[in-house]
Design a protein around this ligand. Structure first.
Ligand code: BGC
Length: 745
């Protein structure tokens, strides 16, 4: 009681002192933020309120100059801070101080299965954003990889809601620890790019809750994200930037989100819906700014003059507007108005170190067979004195430029060929094929031409000729950031490897079987020669340190430890979205809407493969190492748990090989019997562990009631039914090495 009174007296004294000094409450940092918000709100005029809820330029919205409240500056996201664009247009502004560190794409981050690294990624990005005076990063993306054709999967964290949740939380916390808001996107069900403004998703409540929402829920409830971006597509016949169910009911009411809902750029379509259904800030509606339509495009925004008119006509009160402004003020107080914010740094050594580490830990050794022609040894790692032939366009193509809004102006990007030349003494190169020669995006140009006018036959012949002499041929191929590949705005048209790379690989194999294929992509691709190529490495889009990280892994300086965050289907038909014929949906008669019913329901990724008893080419969670690991023991701390308890599994993992390395122990829950159909197994815990040769460590994996629950759409609740469960413990979805039974009482 005494302490409480003391507290009140102190608060009053501080408040009085501030007032006595003439400082208004909203500027008084000793006051709670909510009080400051109330005070600022009271002082604002109607026009000032309207101004803060919509854009004033491509990436910013106005503050309140009269009150000294700063503008909000957003920027993409998610792999580095995008270069400044012109006030009204997408074209870059041509600044000379906005080159950044390009961090690896988020799929690579998820592949590290390393939450500490995700934290470091967020912190580094936050520091770069601070330097560039951005207080909202339009990042990270956590849409679920439902089909490998989605052009934007590279910006997301894979197919599994639990893995994505564990990576998004520390990313958000790391970023926001620097006083820069995360804006988690694209909420929700934005799982294809093709016709992204028109797809109306029809999905069961179970699939929505169990598959598509958990990463967003974790970002809000655990990560405490200060902003969320609505998605372009529709759900329940309503655009997601003003979707009553997703925004009002689930995000704000159920999860208690107190931050701002930001529209995707041009994702707002209707003033009344935007006002009533939870949108707080409108961006990008007249995406071409001043050159399109109205004399001041921003005044024509749905949340600008049209909103004002509804208020002045008495069709709306300012109730909703005040609520939106409150949220925007909260964002300002949390970011630019926070005087405790640290300082930023651009392109620091520490940021490059984080970028390289993420790239190293995200590279996946998909296969590394022993090869007769190599003395019955695997091809990788490559000995330092080997004569290496590098083949392929992706060895010399910058991947930080292109792909849509995540395109960057990197201070440097070490190309794979340069990284390999720096590490090995004898490296030769042959182009092998020509794919996409464009090396510019929104005015950011690479300044190095990729044009090559030779015929495909001539390019292939050169590679084959040189391959005859090589100890090892490293083909660096895959996809790129061009339209219809790994790029925003469209999906891939098919699952096949483009640009005649299959023919190239086969022609090289015919003269030299010692081939390593390094695949650069954000997605799985069909690999028709998978049984003939002895070593395959998945290298995603690795950012600034790309070439270094690839050389680190191919040379064995770094032991690979990445584990796939998505299933690698042998055929596209093995993916649920395609097997059920529900992708890409059907045009609604006479309407500009495509209905896409998610008939694969909760069976996405490995959940579908398990159910259909299909074998993937490479399973979710798969990734090899230059050493080997074994689980020597797995024990639970109890055999029966109540719903109020947790259950802990102690798993002893041993490095049984000769090199130091890391692996990730994965725990999948299998519900033996339930009143609704459930996946055969679902990932619910994991831990990455680093071990010296011969070393053994215990890792503890814990489950709680939610880990055992499904979303019961009959009662609209998460439910864990009593009965028998199994913890399936292993190193991949198809490599379960221990099973531990337990009961829920
Ligand atoms: C993308 C967003 C991005 C925004 C601003 C949109 O087209 O979907 O992810 O943040 O543009 O560049």
């Amino acid at each position: 009681m005494k302490i409480y009174s003391l507290f009140i007296i102190m608060t009053l004294t501080l408040g009085l002192r501030a007032q006595a000094q003439g400082k208004p409450v909203y500027l008084d940092e000793s006051r709670p933020i909510e009080e400051r918000i109330d005070d600022a709100l009271r002082r604002m005029t109607l026009d000032e309120k309207l101004a803060v809820v919509h854009a004033q330029s491509k990436f910013s919205s106005a503050g309140v100059k009269r009150l000294g409240l700063p503008d909000v500056w957003t920027d993409d996201g998610p792999h580095g801070v995008r270069p400044d664009v012109l006030w009204d247009e997408w074209e870059q502004a041509g600044q000379t101080n906005d080159s950044c560190v390009a961090f690896p794409a988020l799929t690579c981050l998820a592949t590290s299965w390393n939450p500490q690294l995700a934290r470091a990624y967020g912190e580094s990005l936050g520091e770069e954003a601070l330097y560039r005076n951005k207080n909202v990063m339009l990042a990270p993306g956590v849409n679920i990889n439902r089909t490998p054709l989605n052009g934007r999967n590279f910006e997301y964290m894979g197919e599994d809601p639990w893995l994505a949740s564990r990576i998004v939380v520390p990313y958000v916390q790391g970023l926001q620890s620097k006083g820069v808001a995360a804006c988690v996107k694209h909420y929700a069900l934005n799982n294809d790019e093709e016709y992204r403004h028109q797809v109306n998703v029809i999905v069961s409540d179970r699939a929505l809750r169990e598959i598509y929402l958990p990463a967003f829920e974790a970002a809000v409830r655990e990560g405490g994200t200060w902003a969320i971006m609505g998605a372009y597509n529709l759900y329940n016949d309503q655009h997601n930037c003003h979707n009553e169910i997703l925004l009002n009911r689930i995000l704000k009411q159920e999860w208690g989100f107190d931050g701002v809902v930001v529209s995707d750029w041009g994702g707002t379509h209707n003033t009344m819906e935007a006002v009533l259904n939870g949108l707080d800030m409108e961006f990008g509606s007249w995406t071409n700014g001043l050159t399109w339509g109205a004399s001041n495009a921003y005044d024509s925004y749905y949340l600008a003059l049209p909103y004002r008119q509804l208020i002045t006509e008495g069709k709306l009160t300012t109730k909703e507007l005040d609520e939106k402004v409150r949220r925007v003020l909260r964002l300002m107080f949390r970011t630019t108005m926070n005087r405790q914010r640290p300082y930023g740094a651009l392109c620091s050594e520490a940021h490059y170190e984080v970028a390289r580490k993420v790239a190293q830990e995200g590279i996946v050794l998909l296969k590394n067979d022993k090869l007769k022609a190599n003395g019955n040894l695997p091809l990788l790692p490559i000995a330092s004195d080997s004569r290496i032939l590098v083949v392929g366009e992706n060895a010399i193509k910058m991947m930080t430029v292109g792909g849509g809004s995540s395109s960057l102006k990197a201070q440097h990007e070490v190309l794979p060929l340069d990284g390999l030349c720096g590490r090995f003494a004898h490296v030769d190169y042959a182009r092998g094929y020509v794919g996409d020669t464009v090396q510019s995006y929104n005015g950011v140009t690479v300044g190095r031409s990729l044009y090559d006018l030779r015929t495909p036959e001539a390019l292939r012949a050169e590679a084959v000729e040189k391959a005859r002499q090589a100890d090892v041929v490293v083909v660096v191929g895959g996809l790129n950031k061009a339209d219809y590949q790994d790029c925003e705005g469209h999906d891939r048209r098919d699952y096949a490897m483009p640009y005649g790379q299959n023919e190239l690989v086969r022609a090289i194999l015919a003269v030299n079987p010692r081939v390593v294929f390094v695949n650069i992509s954000g997605n799985a691709i069909q690999l028709p020669w998978v049984n003939e190529v002895p070593a395959i490495v998945q290298a995603w889009f690795l950012g600034s340190e790309s070439g270094h990280a690839i050389a680190d892994v191919l040379s064995g300086d770094v032991n690979p430890s990445g584990k796939l965050p998505c299933s690698w289907y042998a055929r596209l038909e093995d993916c649920g979205a395609h097997a059920t014929g529900s992708y890409p949906g059907t045009w609604r008669e006479g309407k500009q809407i495509i209905d896409e019913e998610y008939k694969d329901d909760i069976f996405v990724g490995y959940r579908w493969l398990d159910r259909q008893r299909l074998k993937p080419l490479f399973a979710f969670g798969h990734g090899l190492s230059y050493t080997s690991f074994a689980v020597t023991q797995a024990v639970a701390d109890k055999s029966e748990m109540t719903s109020a308890e947790t259950i802990a599994f102690t798993v002893s993992v041993k490095n049984t090989g000769e090199k130091a390395g890391a692996t990730t122990v994965q725990l999948y829950v299998s519900d033996r019997k339930s009143s609704l159909p459930r996946p055969v197994k679902e990932l619910k815990a994991f831990r990455k562990v680093f071990l010296q040769p011969g070393e053994q460590k215990d890792v503890v994996l814990t489950l709680d009631q939610r880990s055992l629950s499904f979303y019961d759409d009959r009662t609209q609740q998460w439910t864990a039914e009593a009965g028998d469960f199994e913890a399936l413990i292993g190193f991949a979805a198809d490599d379960i090495v221990k099973k531990v039974k337990f009961r829920l009482k």
